[in-house]
Design a protein around this ligand. Structure first.
Ligand code: SF4
Ligand code: SF4
Length: 373
């Protein structure tokens, strides 16, 4: 059974010191008026506790945007060992924990990825409760409570945090400072339950997801895909921001004399025109309609693979970051289901010829050792 504890919010500094004893701490930091990014921090005063979705999800800590896998020279081929550090990712919301759960399935399946696994094993995940905004729909995807692997999860219950302890690492940390934590009193248990009941009622974006795979099969030739795809700019914004987009390309970077070089893994996007291009100049998904439909299918239906699950966790990042206003997943699903829309996106159709975003956020997320979007 999961264990629980509480500590006073005004003693967060001590809790932070405890986290630092495990490793380098990363947490959401405000990087512009409206955006947040997971960054290395030295003090709790840097944490943006109010952050909902960061520009990039925490997958960037494990599945890096640019990563040498092997190198070669006159002496042969050398495997590049993953660089790891003990680290704590603080402030991970339930949708992002679920996203990491899906990434774990993908990158630990046979053959397991040693780089991903080494980083995951060196990391403590500390979740934090949140209240949904108009783009959040994790409730629809069943990812609105912390159920995947995490170490500690903090729920805000007023002047205290209610701590769920979910791993041996988490328990060891709590037990290393027994006087700091208290056993929850009956009233605090109730306040914890009330928080999650209130949160459950706070979602304004919602759809019934039970029939999603069937709907996606049935509506494969729907006009919806043409309407959306013909407005898609193929900018690829929707994939790096997605907690569960895991595709990559392999690039060989040779020296001028070609006597040494590196094989590098880099994030790729199924929305890019070259993603499905193969020898003979054949492209299996030549147009944006094909590519957008493919992406939506992966997110909402899942592939016929051992995982076989929808991979959307309802974080709303793609909705917020699509410059053409077409990744409004809630309204797309409602339209496919033949139901009235419930949310009007504030994005306008953007002309092709540039991604069209005005936020500049991908630049923000390059700083401080973070991975570029
Ligand atoms: S598809 Fe969109 S809403 Fe769903 S997990 Fe990915 S970024 Fe979040
Ligand atoms: S973010 Fe929007 S415009 Fe860009 S590739 Fe994705 S769906 Fe198309």
């Amino acid at each position: 059974m999961e264990r629980t504890a509480t500590f006073k919010k005004d003693q967060f500094e001590q809790f932070f010191c405890l986290l630092k004893s495990f490793g380098k701490v990363f947490a959401p930091v405000r990087v512009s008026e409206k955006s947040f990014s997971f960054k290395s921090i030295e003090s709790p005063s840097q944490i943006a506790f109010e952050a909902l979705r960061t520009i990039l999800p925490p997958k960037k800590f494990f599945f890096q945007q640019h990563e040498p896998i092997l190198s070669y020279d006159e002496n042969g081929i050398h495997e590049v060992k993953p660089e790891t550090q003990q680290q704590v990712i603080f402030g991970v919301h339930p949708c992002d924990l679920a996203g990491l759960g899906i990434m774990d399935k993908v990158y630990t399946a046979s053959p397991p990825d040693p780089h991903y696994i080494a980083r995951r094993q060196a990391t403590m995940l500390v979740g934090l409760s949140c209240m949904p905004d108009k783009h959040c729909f994790c409730k629809s995807m069943g990812t609105d409570s912390p159920t995947s692997d995490y170490d500690l999860f903090l729920t805000d219950i007023g002047d205290k945090y209610f701590v769920q302890i979910h791993s041996a690492n988490g328990l060891n940390l709590i037990e290393s400072m027994p006087d700091f934590f208290s056993r929850p009193e009956a009233q605090e248990d109730q306040t914890f339950k009330d928080f999650w009941t209130t949160r459950d009622k706070a979602f304004s974006s919602h759809f019934e997801s039970e029939n999603l795979p069937a709907i996606m099969d049935m509506e494969w030739n729907s006009q919806v895909w043409d309407d959306l795809g013909n407005r898609c700019l193929s900018c690829g914004n929707c994939t790096p921001v997605c907690p569960t987009c895991y595709c990559f390309d392999m690039v060989d970077v040779a020296s001028l004399h070609a006597n040494r070089g590196e094989r590098v893994r880099e994030w790729d996007s199924c929305q890019f025109v070259g993603f499905a291009k193969v020898a003979g100049d054949t492209n299996f998904r030549p147009g944006p309609v094909d590519r957008l439909k493919f992406w939506y299918r992966h997110k909402l239906h899942g592939f016929e693979d051992p995982h076989g699950l929808p991979t959307c966790v309802g974080c709303g990042r793609c909705t917020e970051s699509c410059p053409a206003g077409i990744d409004d997943i809630v309204n797309v699903v409602l339209r496919l289901q033949g139901k009235p829309s419930i949310l009007v996106t504030d994005k306008k159709k953007t002309q092709a010829g540039g991604c069209g975003t005005s936020c500049g956020d991908c630049q923000c997320d390059t700083a401080d050792g973070d991975q570029h979007a």
